[in-house]
Design a binder for this molecule. Structure first.
Ligand SMILES: [Zn+2]
Length: 307
């Protein structure tokens, strides 16, 4: 019998505590089974990145939205237009929410986007919407931080693994005064201001984010979510093509570049900016994606052609 306390693990322990259950005799064989990719992205209809980028030629800017530090702002992007999230000053992380501009029940689904494209997004990746829609809301067409890749800590930029800083977790972990400038609260206030919805209804529309410019990963020994100083500098941007009409909200995180702390007024914070551009013509052969074609019967009802 091989004991878990013996050095049999293929990699580091998942948690710092010793296992409480013995490893089976074939533990090493089980641990060394090679992984398979859950979702083969080659099976997805892929965006024509060259056509999207070509459509930028001759575009003109139609709006600029400024996001103050420790606050959020709302912006709108017609389908077939582009938008850039820009770092106009010092290093600053942004928390992005996206909705269908005509139906707030359709919103960005960070979990499925992560399952499809990986923990961090860059050029060519798409931001997918929730069930039952599950279609691309936006396609990333340019990323000036794509040079960063994965660093030696396993960190990378623009993650879909975090959620957003929020006052509830802050209350759990801290005995200090309530803090009202977490990204969750910033996004909620911005949505209240834009829609006129009651506070509780607006809050329910706020969802897990794309962490723009944030540098994050999971520690190798404990699997814990970490952050480190963002490599973003003035002039960097992340550019998107809107596949459907979008309502967006962006929070300039109170963590600033997220090199030290968040959920407080301690970090140095800077503004962010969103620029929206109208192309001269739609990208060649582009059409707004339809909602997912699954029939939604979930095995309970016979399909119409089976009755
Ligand atoms: Zn935040």
């Amino acid at each position: 019998m091989v004991r878990g306390s013996q050095k049999l693990q293929f990699g580091p322990l998942m948690k710092p505590n010793l296992p409480q259950h013995p490893a089976p005799s074939d533990a090493l064989a089980r641990q060394t089974v090679p992984p398979v990719i859950c979702y083969n992205i080659n099976d997805l209809p892929r965006p024509n990145l060259a056509a999207l980028r070509a459509a930028r030629s001759g575009w003109h800017q139609i709006s600029t939205t400024h996001v103050p530090p420790r606050d959020a702002a709302v912006f709108q992007v017609p389908a077939g237009h582009f938008f850039r999230i820009l770092c106009p000053d010092g290093p600053q992380v942004g928390d992005l929410n996206l909705w269908n501009a005509n139906d707030l029940s359709e919103r960005f689904y960070s979990g499925k986007t992560r399952a499809l494209h990986g923990t961090h997004l860059s050029t060519g990746d798409q931001l997918w919407s929730n069930f039952p829609y599950l279609r691309p809301m936006a396609t990333i067409t340019e990323d000036t931080l794509d040079w960063y890749g994965f660093d030696t800590f396993g960190g990378a930029v623009h993650d879909v693994i975090g959620t957003r800083c929020d006052p509830y977790t802050h209350t759990l972990l801290s005995h200090s005064e309530p803090y009202h400038s977490c990204c969750h609260s910033n996004l909620t206030r911005a949505l209240v201001s834009h829609t006129g919805l009651p506070l509780d209804q607006a809050e329910a529309h706020v969802h897990d984010v794309l962490n723009v410019f944030m540098c994050t990963g999971f520690t190798r020994d404990t699997g814990q979510y970490f952050m480190k100083a963002s490599p973003v500098r003035r002039g960097d941007f992340l550019e998107f093509f809107a596949e459907i009409p979008l309502l967006g909200a962006l929070s300039a995180c109170p963590g600033g570049d997220c090199s030290t702390v968040h959920s407080s007024d301690m970090a140095q914070c800077y503004p962010l900016q969103i620029d929206v551009f109208a192309p001269l013509a739609a990208p060649s052969n582009w059409a707004a994606p339809a909602p997912n074609s699954y029939d939604r019967t979930h095995g309970l009802l016979a399909k119409p052609n089976q009755t």
